[in-house]
Design a protein around this ligand. Structure first.
Ligand SMILES: Nc1ncnc2c1ncn2[C@@H]1O[C@H](COP(=O)(O)OP(=O)(O)OP(=O)(O)O)[C@@H](O)[C@H]1O
Ligand SMILES: [Mg+2]
Length: 310
């Protein structure tokens, strides 16, 4: 669905994107993670045909973005990091405008507008003026706009930036829905933990270079950091600590009374986590939750971007 071959962009004397190579299969959800100024927006704009690469190539569904930009535009949905909304335009008119720009016949537009409004949970705002929407709603409207022409590849540049935690979750749910619909998604963020749980693969970019790519699992393994697993149980709590301490891979067990969770530092792979849970369950502990803690992912990100991982 997407292929980047030594994609490079130079601004005067700055190499903002440096020989990027990447392949995305249909249905893949790729999280593009990097700090400010890493080159995320520049990369996305080149794929979206809005910025000409200095060298290298980008192909969407086999089509070269420089040779046939019009064709590429018809199959991508681009959500920029900043977008304006127009005054005195209603939500449905805004969508109708973009649908018309994509040359969707007038008669088909009302159905499409209804569909994308429903998907983005904006049906109730159909007649509202765009400038009256909250920031989260505007962001969802912008996402709705990128969907009107049923694109195959979505390019979303920090779709959740500047939103409160609840609105971020809403965007995430929306992305999951799009994943279920079979879209291929290229989504950028500063925050690895925000994307980790629903991306099939991630890439970490810094100073224009892709410094790590693969599944979250692969990247964690490569960093060699100690995992930390959060475990919450409703019964058998007394036993948990001693059971865990008997597992050779466990380094530390801390109970956090505020959250009612055990924080387990653990030196194993994912399969070992499964074994550890089985031990607890076999011994009558009622485990209700066991997740890799998010701090791990931030640690991975910090290590990778500090150049500690090749
Ligand atoms: N039009 C431009 N002219 C000159 N330099 C630019 C231009 N646009 C971006 N840059 C530079 O290119 C580099 C990459 O910028 P880019 O916007 O792609 O980063 P980003 O990863 O999207 O960052 P952010 O997380 O802040 O959005 C930065 O050093 C930036 O200053
Ligand atoms: Mg950016």
């Amino acid at each position: 669905m997407l292929e980047l071959l030594n994609l490079t962009k130079e601004y005067r004397n700055l190499r903002a994107v440096d020989n990027l190579n990447l392949t995305l299969q249909p249905g893949e959800i790729f999280g593009f993670i990097g700090p400010n100024g890493a080159g995320k927006t520049t990369t996305i704009k080149m794929i979206a045909t809005l910025l000409r690469p200095t060298s290298g190539e980008a192909r969407v569904n086999g089509i070269n973005v420089v040779e046939a930009p019009e064709k590429v535009r018809s199959i991508i949905g681009y959500m920029p990091d900043y977008f304006g909304v127009y005054d005195d335009v209603k939500v449905w008119e805004y969508l109708d405008f973009f649908a018309a720009a994509y040359k969707i016949p007038r008669g088909e537009r009302p159905r499409i507008i209804d569909d994308v409004l429903e998907l983005t949970d904006l049906t109730g705002k159909r007649e509202a003026f765009v400038e009256e929407l909250s920031r989260g709603m505007k962001q969802r409207l912008c996402l709705a706009k990128t969907l009107v022409h049923e694109p195959l590849l979505l390019l979303l540049d920090e779709p959740a930036s500047g939103l409160d935690p609840r609105a971020r979750i809403e965007i995430r749910e929306l992305l999951k829905e799009l994943r279920r619909m079979g879209k291929t998604i290229f989504v950028s963020s500063h925050i690895l933990s925000e994307l980790a749980d629903f991306c099939t693969t991630i890439g970490i970019i810094e100073a224009g270079r892709l410094i790590a790519a693969g599944s979250v699992e692969q990247i964690i393994e490569r960093t060699g950091i100690v995992r930390s697993v959060e475990i919450r149980a409703t019964a058998g709590l007394e036993k948990v600590e001693s059971l865990l301490r008997d597992v050779p891979l466990v380094q530390e067990v801390v109970f956090e009374p505020e959250t009612d969770k055990f924080q387990v530092s653990f030196n194993g792979q994912l399969d070992d986590v499964a074994d550890l849970l089985k031990t607890l369950l076999d011994n009558g502990v009622r485990v209700v939750q066991a997740i890799e803690s998010a701090s791990d992912l931030e640690e991975v990100f910090l290590r990778v971007t500090k150049g500690q991982v090749a």
